[in-house]
Structure formats: C-alpha cells, structure tokens
Design a protein around this ligand. Sequence first.
Ligand code: FPP
Length: 240
Amino acid sequence: MDKIENVPGHVSIIMDGNGRWAKERGLERCSGHIEGVESVRACTEAAVESGVKYLSLYAFSEENWGRPREEVESLMGLMLKSVTGELSNFMQNGIRFMVLGNRARLSDGLNSVIDDCMKKTEGNAGLTLIIFLSYSGRWDILQAARKLASEIAARPELAAGLEDMDADGFGRYLVTSGIPDPDLIIRTSGEQRLSNYLLWQGAYSELFFTDTLWPDFRKPEFYSALCEYSKRDRRYGKVK
Ligand code: FPP
C-alpha cells in the first residue's frame, strides 16, 4: 500500500449491514455481528498502521434498544467479550480505549469491564479507539444542555457568561469533550444518512458512503476510504 497523503486525524464509522450480511448467507443476525467484530479488529489495525489518531465506531444507538431482546442481549454479550478479550492487544499496541454514550443504560457487569479497560489503557499514547454505545447525537446535545442548565442553576452568576459562549465552549459539555471532531465519517451498506450520529461534531466532516456491508469492510476498504478523503477539498464554508 502506497503511503497515503493527508491522513484524517479522526475517522468515524457507522457500521451497518451486519443483518443483511447474515441474511444473504442464511444465518442468524448475530452471526453478522460476530463477523463484524473481525472488521472492527481489521480497521483498528489499519488505523494504527496509517497513522490515524482517533477511530470511533457507532456500535449501538439509543434507538437500538428497541431491537428484539435476544439481539440486544447478544450484542451486549459480544461487547463484553470483545472488551475483555482485546485488553492485552490494546496494551501491546498502545491503544487508548473509550466508551461514550448513555452508560446508565448498560449493565453493571459491562460497565465495570469498560471502566477497567478504560482505566488500564488511559495512559496509552497511540490510537484512541472510541466505541459509541447507547449513543445518539440528540441525546448528547440534550445531556450537554441539561449539564449546563444545572451548573447555572447552582451558580446563577455564570449566566452572564452565556452570551459569550461559542460552539467550542458548548462542545465541552458533550460526551466528546477533548476529542477532535471527526474528519471523515464512513457509512457502510449503501445507506446514506447519519441516523442520529455525531450531529454536532459532524458539522464539517467529510462523508463517505460505500455499498460494502460492514462484515466485508476490511483493511483494503478502509484504505480506499482514506484515499478518497485525501482528494477532498475542505473549505469549512470559506473560499480558498
Ligand atoms: C449494524 O448492522 C450494526 C450494529 C447495530 C452493531 C455493530 C456491532 C458490531 C460490529 C459488533 C460489536 C462491536 C464492537 C465494537 C466490539 P445492522 O444489524 O443494522 O444490519 P442491517 O441493517 O443489515 O440489519
């Protein structure tokens, strides 16, 4: 693989198409999710190799809680197994691991495994791998507004500063505080929408849509997306 110019600092992926991948093969939907974990591994490796600093993955939306109970349980089980199983790999490769989202809805068991993995990897200086779990963009903006409102309720003198608060100031209340906005958002499986993902943070992200189903999205597909990104002209609403 030739060296890629202009590697995005933060790549984010809406992993879609696991169910269709399984259906095409006459398998249960959870087989698609299991195969999808291999794509997570492949893309994490490719991100490390190519020098991407942040890789974030939309693994489970707030809306996904409405899926059949068996599928939700199987996804949460997969998450627990993956986090537990990948810790040594994260340590070997200097990967910092984070989970962001409405963690109050996750089980105590999963939360404690996530906390342990986040704590053990927090000093790692290589790739930051973020899993968005029980996340939605509107939920994030709402929880930020609530946090801000409760701060002001507790200290009314802060209200005067609201006038000067800019987008970066408000961004510090989002769960992604301290994490750069995604440069590139990839969505697999032919769907072309954001589905309530990083609505605030994705304001100027480049979007890349591919028909490839998530379980088939491996290193070559990841590199193709980076190549496409390197050709994009980002103007942020300005004139160059
Ligand atoms: C979308 O496919 C995929 C998901 C909702 C789950 C993604 C989860 C994984 C890849 C496994 C665990 C991840 C980690 C980070 C360990 P879909 O089920 O919506 O597919 P469909 O649109 O074809 O039905």
